[in-house]
Design a protein around this ligand. Structure first.
Ligand SMILES: *Cc1c(COP(=O)(O)O)cnc(C)c1O
Length: 414
């Protein structure tokens, strides 16, 4: 990106942007919800569509000047439907959270019951957690994982569904390292007459690349972010069966949002074109393979992994046996150039702000081209840091080694 352009107008922001770009280059990004969008995606997102208002949908807009916006949005919708095998798509949600809210607004009435995974067991805030609008406006009943396996407790899901007769069942998570069995959720939804929403925000890139089973044809509606494993611009998307198209489109606009961010939609179109390439299939498979190699290496260093490993892009590490909290570990790792997030583990006795675990993932490192050898090296470094979280000298030494490794795998930049 031509930072000079910004520097001439606003040196303060230009300086912060340069620092952030350097930080993203010099450290190892292990936050599983983050990735590096390609230079083409970033450039498309920064382009002329940012200046256009286009409330409505292609062919049905409220302002003039929509010829190119309509062509762009139609192209993006067709790509989205093709990549995910969906009958209907809406690419206007500003992000994953408003995409979910639009689904609730479109398909439910205030006070209706939803059944979803609880936040402390890996679900997302927007799936009915009590402090959110989804928890206040709807009656959320929540399932979790089994204590012995760390996997979704389908007996509990079925029992709660029979008892509470939810109108909507939500599957999909933010901190769950295993495959989501959409077919099993469908069977439970059918038994109680519920709709099924699959929120694939974290795994949509794996679904697009064939490394995770598709939620279709099982789910009625699918929501996703566009910036996680899918590697697009920041945004959200709703995919659905045709019968829900009208209700969902009306819920997004005019129900919840005004003008769509057509520049983000331009970035999404480019990301979807990338996701349709054979190279993206390879990418998705490598993300999962890297996560599994990293998991095996961490196990050999005596780390406890929730559910014992991973089927997808992320690992949830329970640090209880290492006698360090998630927050302390995450801070120590950051000083060593390894950036992750503290995370609750299922049945966590500690508070969410300083929980027992950390959550890591491989989407971003895989985008940079790292492979199994780097995953093993990373596990060695993580083990050393977690064993001595107060050893700032050790952390500085590892940070220098990390920077050297990172230099060999440039982050996409624009
Ligand atoms: C990230 C995430 C969201 C929310 O996305 P934002 O873009 O942060 O609003 C919703 N659902 C799940 C499962 C997520 O992981």
């Amino acid at each position: 990106m031509d930072l000079q352009l910004i520097r001439d107008v606003d040196p303060e922001v230009a300086a912060l942007m340069a620092l952030e770009a350097t930080r993203q280059q010099d450290t190892l990004r292990l936050i599983p919800s983050e990735n590096y969008a390609s230079a083409a995606v970033l450039a498309a997102t920064a382009g002329a569509f940012a200046n256009k208002y286009s409330e409505g949908y292609p062919g049905r807009r409220y302002y003039q000047g929509q010829a190119h916006v309509d062509a762009l949005e139609t192209l993006t919708l067709n790509r989205a439907k093709s990549v995910f095998g969906a009958e209907h798509a809406n690419v206007q949600p500003y992000s994953g959270s408003p995409a979910n809210l639009a689904v609730y607004f479109g398909l439910l009435s205030a006070g209706d019951t939803i059944l979803s995974m609880s936040l402390p067991h890996g679900g997302h805030l927007t799936h009915g957690w009590k402090v959110t609008i989804s928890g206040k406006f709807y009656n959320a009943v929540q399932y979790g994982v089994r204590r012995d396996t760390g996997r979704i407790d389908f007996d509990q899901v079925a029992e709660l569904a029979r008892e509470h007769r939810p109108k909507l069942i939500i599957c999909g998570a933010s901190a769950y390292p295993r495959l989501i069995d959409f077919e099993r959720f469908r069977a439970i939804a059918d038994e109680v007459g519920a709709l099924l929403l699959a929120d694939i925000a974290h795994i949509s890139g794996l679904v697009a690349g064939g490394a995770h089973p598709s939620p279709f044809p099982h789910a009625d509606v699918v929501t996703t972010t566009t910036h996680k494993t899918l590697r697009g611009p920041r945004g959200g998307m709703i995919l659905s069966k045709a019968e829900h198209a009208k209700a969902l489109d009306r819920a997004v606009f005019p129900g919840l949002q005004g003008g769509p961010h057509e520049n983000a939609i331009a970035g999404l179109a480019v990301a979807l074109a990338e996701a349709a390439q054979p190279a993206f299939k390879t990418y998705a498979a490598e993300v999962v393979h890297n996560a599994q190699v990293l998991g095996a290496s961490l196990l050999s260093h005596g780390f406890d992994l929730v559910s014992g490993g991973t089927d997808n892009h992320l690992l949830l590490i329970d640090l209880t046996s290492k006698q360090v909290s998630g927050k302390i570990a995450a801070q120590a790792l950051e000083r060593a150039g390894i950036v992750c997030n503290a995370n609750s583990v299922p049945f966590d006795p500690r508070k969410p702000f300083d929980p027992s675990g950390i959550r890591i993932g491989t989407p971003a490192l895989t985008t940079r081209g790292m492979g199994p050898a780097e995953m093993r090296q990373l596990a060695d470094w993580m083990s050393a840091v977690v064993a001595a979280p107060d050893d700032h000298g050790l952390q500085a030494g590892i940070a220098a080694e990390v920077k050297g490794l990172a230099a060999r795998y440039p982050a996409p930049s624009y």
